[in-house]
Write a protein that binds this ligand. Structure first.
Ligand SMILES: [Zn+2]
Length: 474
């Protein structure tokens, strides 16, 4: 162990309601050093710092498998780096993030080297990487060599885009090759499922009509664009006999396409994000100065879509919640990706802040009676760990696991205004909203990194890279 401040004191979290895949039950959690040393009722506390968790939920730290820290997007850059982003994560009860390494055209080697340099000595909580791919070698053995090299680097998932033909989009043959290589090696293929060519056609049409405002951004990326891509990705995955993960699913039509593909035999994991549950496209209508802050892709949808997604979380058809955390400052959005101010919606850097607010927002589903506290923990920690190869050390309260533990106060009130949050942006998409239920204490590998939703003994460099393993088949 390399605890820079000496061995962390032993801690006993006493008398809370423990919640994870083993159910919800009263009990204690004993932390020794960086690990959970015991879970159960009436654990001995001699010599330990005792935390009274009565009335609180004691849960495994959140795992956010979709963040974009320190990501260059044209002439601007996502506002959070690994220090501010993981600090904000800790304040909101997330103790591990999986960030997307690579901005497009670099090799996997270059992308990983660059992302390790960004994260090491800065991250406050543990982190891992996916790699974004824009090409896959044509020859089977070379493609497998690339994926096995990634596994050797602790990277067990890649992402390909079905959108953004100018920068990132791959054709179906490339996606099919990635899936076949994933099936052969155990690397999980993730896709951004939007039909990029359909979007391009719609954009050209709106420009001819002279429409340039943020609401048009939602009009050119309707739910059918997502559903069509999900259908295509599902068929390719089924043909390759490979599992596939759909990132940031946003619509009722997309979810229907997932269910249909599964019924045809495709093995599909699905994530959605809080913005698609809480926000709707009317945020994009109005003065551009404020509506530009709600541009993300896929775009915000309708009330009916949010209801379908909440139902999907409850009935199990959506596996997990991540954030697609990719904040920009208001000034950077105004600046546009080319740096001269934006003149139409395609130039607004897209993405919302979210790494800090996920646990609290998804907990509201428990308060509203949509699902149980166990389901909430499964969506935010258990399933992300299992799907993304972290379940040997994270995602559950188990002896021997990393002491990533959150004491969650189900009655704490939190304002979601930017001034009460720690993400490095000047606006919050949830401004004006208060939630009930927020982390009281966040332990990251045994260290108290946040208290009462604010940074505590947090230090850049405490977070370590976590190598991930291939999913077990089955
Ligand atoms: Zn993303």
């Amino acid at each position: 162990m390399s605890d820079p401040g000496g061995r962390a004191p032993d801690i006993l979290i006493r008398g809370g309601t423990l919640v994870d895949a083993a159910g919800a039950r009263p009990g204690d959690v004993m932390i020794v050093g960086e690990r959970i040393a015991g879970v159960g009722a009436g654990l001995p506390d001699e010599g330990a710092d005792v935390v009274d968790a009565s009335g609180a939920l004691v849960v495994p730290g959140g795992i956010d498998v979709h963040t974009h820290f320190d990501l260059p997007v044209g002439g601007v850059r996502s506002a959070d780096d690994f220090e501010t982003g993981t600090m904000a994560a800790a304040c909101g009860g997330t103790t591990c993030v999986v960030d997307f390494a690579g901005a497009g055209r670099e090799s996997p080697e270059e992308a990983l080297a660059e992302w390790h340099a960004k994260a090491s000595h800065r991250a406050v909580v543990d982190y891992a990487f996916h790699v974004t791919l824009t090409a896959v070698p044509e020859e089977d053995d070379r493609a497998q060599e690339m994926f096995r090299w990634l596994l050797g680097q602790g990277v067990s998932s890649v992402k390909l885009y079905m959108a953004y033909p100018d920068r990132l989009m791959v054709d179906d043959a490339t996606l099919a090759r990635a899936l076949a290589t994933g099936a052969a090696t155990g690397v999980l293929v993730c896709v951004h499922a939007e039909d990029g060519m359909a979007v391009e056609r719609a954009v050209a049409e709106t420009f001819r009509d002279g429409r340039t405002d943020p609401l048009t951004h939602a009009r050119v990326r309707p739910p059918e664009v997502e559903a069509e891509a999900v259908r295509r990705a599902g068929d390719l995955a089924r043909a390759a006999r490979a599992p596939i993960h759909i990132v940031h699913l946003s619509s009722a039509a997309g979810l229907e396409a997932v269910r249909a593909a599964r019924s045809r035999g495709a093995r599909i994991f699905v994530e959605t994000c809080p913005q698609y549950l809480w926000l709707t496209e009317d945020r994009l209508a109005g003065p551009a100065e404020t509506t530009q802050n709600f541009v993300c892709a896929p775009p915000l949808r309708t009330e009916q879509d949010t209801r379908a997604l909440w139902d999907g979380l409850a009935d199990g058809s959506i596996d997990l919640v991540a954030t697609d955390h990719c904040p920009f400052t208001t000034a950077d959005r105004r600046e546009g990706v080319r740096g001269g101010g934006w003149s139409n919606f395609t130039e607004i850097p897209g993405g919302l802040p979210g790494v800090e607010t996920r646990l609290g927002l998804i907990y509201q589903g428990v308060r509203d009676g949509r699902y149980s506290a166990e389901r909430w923990v499964e969506l935010c920690a258990g399933a992300p760990a299992r799907v993304f190869g972290l379940s040997r050390s994270k995602g559950q309260l188990r002896e021997g696991f990393d002491a990533d533990v959150v004491v969650f106060d189900p009655e704490a009130h939190r304002s979601l205004d930017a001034g009460h949050l720690h993400m490095a942006t000047d606006h919050s998409p949830y401004a004006g909203m208060d939630v009930t239920g927020w982390p009281a204490l966040t332990f990251a590998r045994g260290r108290l990194v946040a208290k009462g939703g604010d940074p505590a003994d947090a230090e850049g460099g405490w977070g370590r890279f976590v190598p991930r393993s291939a999913r077990q088949s089955g």
